[in-house]
Ligand binder design. Structure first.
Ligand SMILES: [Zn+2]
Length: 140
């Protein structure tokens, strides 16, 4: 399904031109127009899903395969020192466009990119009951 009001649907399906580094029947990977670092790519599914919760299992399982292909090719060309592969769900998590997209962000020694956070104390670790509930739901 394509959402006709979604800019990432239009880009993923070629209605809006983009600098494409990878495309197959399900995905298009493009240069981010507001990159965090040199070579920042985002991978867009051609089917609209706002976030991981809406995404099909097929797209969810394939997006990381695409990320591996793109990151491997980028590493050969850009010779980066590391790479962050990340994906945000919800405004609080930093999502700004509500069409699922996976970031591939090359990292270079002495770059200015940060994803810093303070580690919580031991008291903030989940309790056994929460772990059991999550495990039961996740495993079905
Ligand atoms: Zn969309």
């Amino acid at each position: 399904m394509v959402d006709s009001n979604c800019i990432f649907c239009k880009i993923a399906n070629g209605e809006i031109p983009s600098k494409t580094v990878y495309e197959d029947e399900r995905f298009r990977a493009i240069l981010d127009i507001s990159p965090a670092n040199r070579g920042h790519v985002i991978i867009l599914a051609k089917n609209h899903a706002a976030n991981i919760f809406e995404m099909s299992d097929e797209d969810a399982s394939q997006v990381y395969v695409v990320a591996k292909k793109v990151a491997t090719a980028m590493q050969k060309v850009l010779k980066f020192d590391g790479v962050n592969i990340m994906q945000n769900n919800g405004e609080i998590a930093g999502q700004t466009v509500f069409h699922h997209h996976m970031h591939v962000i090359p990292r270079y020694k002495n770059d200015k990119v940060t994803f810093e956070y303070e580690h919580l104390s031991e008291g903030d670790i989940l309790g056994d009951e929460e772990v059991a509930q999550i495990r039961a739901l996740a495993q079905g």
